[in-house]
Design a protein around this ligand. Structure first.
Ligand code: PLP
Length: 422
């Protein structure tokens, strides 16, 4: 009912973010972590200003921001995160962006390669400062199972752990930088608490080994994330009942001193903090049959939601069905497709729905993370969906991302030397 009212008021497609749920996820995750552990919010999961602000401010323990672009820094700063508490990550930091973010107070960087470290150092020297750097480690081994794995194989992320002995001295003597620890991000969306804990235990042991074997100074260790959340399917955010104790045990064993924040231990999360706080509403425009299959065409596809599915990562999008209508015998399998002129605009295959009609409002649950910002918003020029933030059932903000429908002309500048000869 509530969603129908909102769709009537603000139109379809529509995102609804429940800030009470964002705050609950933040509270729950902080209480699932030991007291001395800090938490970064990965802004890329959902940069909506109200959502991000619900993680940076208010009562209780606050998140710091993990950012990876000048735009994300602007978002973070406007939402109450502090520049000197941000962690800046990414395998392709350019000198231009490093100038920008250092100029705005960012001091902590995750380093993905020797070249990256040298660029950070060069820009830091130009600013007359020393940047704090965490070496992002791409461990040779990997333990847990997950849908997205980023270490243990060749990757653009991090420094291969087996090559560190050869390069560590060089890495620790780059002017303008001070290596203060390590950053790990071995997995995303761990399948259960056990694999999450196992990955953290492995990571903590590797960090301790880096200190012993390479003499790496560990003032800070970012042990990464992997906190899970359902995505575009029904389900609840997992609760991690044993994590705090098991994490503390591993830290006591390998990195004693962590309770005094020597080293400071940090974790990261995107989807777990915001995923369950959002729903995506869209409307059926047309229903058609083609060679025995039913296609339900909705008013928003990968331009507004699940854009990553268009990039080859097909997602199991589900539609939340009113329990009164969820009569198994009446449900029909459909292909849920968006309005874009590409066969890639597929939200889900064999999505189960009661017989759909044009005009039906569909609710895609658990759509608070990697929704609009991970979509192909400018592709085919449709307006972005309105995003509504609610708190205690009241709308507190409604906004729409502004797209550049016009092109800003820049000066073409002088002709390149030799252009006349061509
Ligand atoms: C994307 C990202 C995250 C967030 O991942 P989730 O699966 O959304 O928790 C955290 N840290 C880094 C370095 C990332 O790139």
């Amino acid at each position: 009912m509530f969603y129908e009212e909102l769709a009537e008021r603000f139109g379809s497609p529509l995102y609804v973010y429940d800030l009470d749920r964002v705050e609950a996820a933040r509270r729950d995750l902080f209480s699932a972590l030991p007291e001395a552990v800090d938490l970064f919010y990965a802004i890329k999961a959902n940069p909506h200003p109200q959502v991000a602000a619900a993680l940076s401010g208010g009562e209780g323990r606050r998140c710091r921001a993990e950012i990876s672009s000048t735009g994300e820094l602007s978002t973070a700063l406007s939402c109450g995160f502090l520049a000197h508490e941000c962690l800046y990550t990414g395998p392709g930091k350019t000198a231009v962006e490093l100038h920008d973010v250092m100029g705005r107070g960012v001091r902590l960087f995750s380093v993905e390669s020797p070249g990256d470290l040298h660029r950070i150092g060069k820009v830091a020297c130009e600013h007359g400062l020393v940047a704090d750097c965490l070496l992002r480690i791409n461990s040779a081994t990997a333990s847990a199972s997950t849908s997205i794995r980023m270490t243990g194989k060749p990757t653009q992320f991090g420094l291969d752990s087996e090559t560190l002995p050869e390069v560590i001295d060089q890495l620790c003597s780059v002017p303008g930088t001070r290596v203060i620890g390590a950053h790990f991000f071995p997995l995303s969306n761990a399948k259960d608490e056990e694999s999450l804990v196992a990955e953290f235990q492995g990571t903590i042991a590797v960090a301790a080994r880096l200190r012993e074997e390479l003499g790496l100074d560990l003032r800070m260790v970012d042990i990464g994330g992997g906190f899970a959340a359902p995505y575009a399917a029904p389900g609840e955010r997992p609760v991690y009942g044993k994590l705090a104790e098991q994490l503390a045990e591993a830290l006591d064993r390998h990195l004693p001193g962590w309770r005094r924040r020597e080293p400071l231990i940090t974790c990261e999360s995107g989807r777990h903090l915001v995923g369950s706080a959002g729903v995506f509403l869209c409307s059926v425009v047309n229903v058609k049959e083609s060679r025995g299959s039913t296609f339900v065409v909705v008013d928003a596809g990968i331009n507004a939601f699940g854009g990553m599915s268009g990039l080859g990562r097909l997602l199991p999008v589900c539609v939340e069905v009113d329990p009164n209508e969820a009569d198994a015998e009446r449900m029909v399998p459909v292909s849920l497709v968006g309005p874009l002129c590409t066969p890639g605009d597929l939200l889900g295959r064999r999505v189960m729905l009661p017989p759909p009609q044009p005009g039906d409002l569909l609710t895609i649950p658990n759509a608070g993370a990697y929704g609009l910002s991970a979509s192909l918003v400018s592709f085919l020029g449709r307006p972005a969906p309105v995003e509504v933030a609610v708190r205690s059932g009241q709308v507190i903000s409604a906004s729409q991302v502004e797209l550049h429908r016009s092109w800003t002309e820049l000066s073409p500048g002088p002709a390149p030397a030799g252009a006349a000869d061509r």
